[in-house]
Design a protein around this ligand. Structure first.
Ligand code: C5P
Length: 405
């Protein structure tokens, strides 16, 4: 395993020396690239000694023309000869440059030229981390499929307490190894994922919807694509960028989602219904906006098609995974849905209570109920990690179900 380790200019740069060693201990050949700011914190010699390799520092460091030319294309060589790019610490400045494609030094140029997986370990002051600019950049980088580890909460070098500490070197090294070992174990599969809420119109300007952000379904689509699956994502109205390499179909209502699901079902081998589909809608939406009066009004709602239940009847030998978002009696309700909707797995999560789980959160805590009768608890984790656990269990489950038949 060959790892390019980019070191940004932050106090956490000293921890990256330990990271370089941890990676080397796991058998990696490590090529360190330091930004100019990083060299203010740690000397390149430290990294050179730990990795046994010259550290790359400048884009045009040479004195002669021919040396300058060689170094001008060196980033392409580094991009092509490494399996993984780890950036630790990823400063706010580096994240901004990566997010927007600015390339004014070796590391940012390497980032653009690098075709493989990228792991970022952000570290910065709490206010910088929370700034909308940094958070927007983070979303862009996540949306591009990069793995992000940390930052952790704690006391920072600037004296503040909050999120901003770089993840521990051992954890970053483990994440790097995981990324590289990730099997392309979904090659040949077609995974159909639904995500987000649906929007049921009340009149031409109003609608009923719910708080689903679509993040869990999008994480599933991204994770499945990264593992080699052909992915079809059918999404209600969400504010998320289309995942790269995924066929994304946008819908509004439950009926439109149903039609899109069945129009795309044929090639699917795994169907994951992460969408929070509205259960009711107005059957005959008025052509004109409802007028305001002083009187109380009531609106008649009819049930929407239950897409998951219909899929349960028509799934053939596809693996069918549903979601159950409950505010109470989680396992009991989820078990009931597993049976009544003829699913192979239900991903159950409690919503409306914890801050770090459910609809709008970046993390989730779920229990997987399997058709074999067993349950798997997934501790609070980023939605992308939860997605990978769901896919791991789906593959195991299929083997178990085949063996049982
Ligand atoms: O019964 P409940 O709506 O709680 O079940 C949730 C599961 O059913 C989710 O997987 C959701 O995508 C799916 N569902 C559906 N069509 C509906 C309602 C829910 O496919 N009309």
């Amino acid at each position: 395993m060959r790892v390019a380790l980019g070191v940004g200019g932050g106090i956490a740069a000293y921890k990256s020396a330990e990271l370089a060693r941890a990676l080397a201990e796991r058998g990696a050949q490590v090529q360190v690239i330091m930004t100019a700011a990083a060299r203010e914190f740690v000397r390149p010699l430290t990294f050179a000694a730990l990795t046994g390799r010259k550290v790359v520092t400048d884009l045009f460091p040479a004195s002669s023309e021919s040396e300058a030319l060689a170094s001008a294309v060196e980033h392409i060589g580094v991009a092509q000869s490494n399996d993984l790019l780890v950036v630790a610490p990823a400063t706010a400045d580096l994240m901004a440059k990566f997010a927007h494609g600015l390339a004014d030094d070796f590391l940012t140029t390497l980032y653009l030229a690098f075709p493989g997986p990228v792991l970022l370990a952000p570290a910065m002051n709490t206010n910088m981390w929370r700034h909308p600019a940094t958070q927007a950049n983070l979303e862009l980088l996540r949306g591009r499929g990069h793995a992000i580890i940390g930052p952790e909460e704690g006391e920072l070098a600037c004296g503040m307490t909050g999120p901003g500490r770089m993840a521990e070197p051992a954890a970053i090294a483990a994440a790097a190894v995981n990324l590289l070992n990730r099997k392309r174990d979904l090659e040949g599969e077609t995974v159909l994922v639904t995500a987000g809420p649906t929007r049921e119109p009340l009149d031409p300007v109003r609608f009923i919807s719910n708080r689903s952000s679509g993040k869990m379904g999008y994480a599933l689509a991204e994770a499945a694509a990264a593992r080699g699956a052909n992915v079809i994502l059918i999404a209600g109205p969400v504010h998320l960028p289309d995942p790269p390499g995924v066929k994304t179909i946008k819908v509004q209502t439950a009926q439109e989602m149903r039609d899109a699901v069945f129009a795309n079902l044929e090639p699917a081998t795994i169907v994951i219904k992460a969408a929070a589909v509205a259960d009711y809608h107005v059957a005959n939406v008025p052509q004109q906006k409802l007028k305001k009066t002083a009187a109380r009004i009531s609106i008649e709602l009819d049930p929407t098609p239950d897409i998951l239940a219909e899929l349960g009847q028509k799934k053939g030998d596809r693996l069918l995974i549903g979601f159950a978002a409950e505010t109470e009696n989680l396992r009991q309700e989820a078990r009931r849905k597993l049976l009544t909707k003829n699913c192979d797995m239900i991903v159950a999560n409690l919503v409306g209570q914890e801050e770090n789980a459910g609809f709008e959160s970046d993390t989730n805590e779920v229990v997987l109920l399997l058709a074999t009768g067993s349950t798997v608890s997934v501790p609070p984790s980023p939605k992308r990690e939860v997605a990978d656990r769901i896919l791991d269990e789906a593959l195991k489950l299929r083997l178990a179900l085949h063996a049982a038949r």
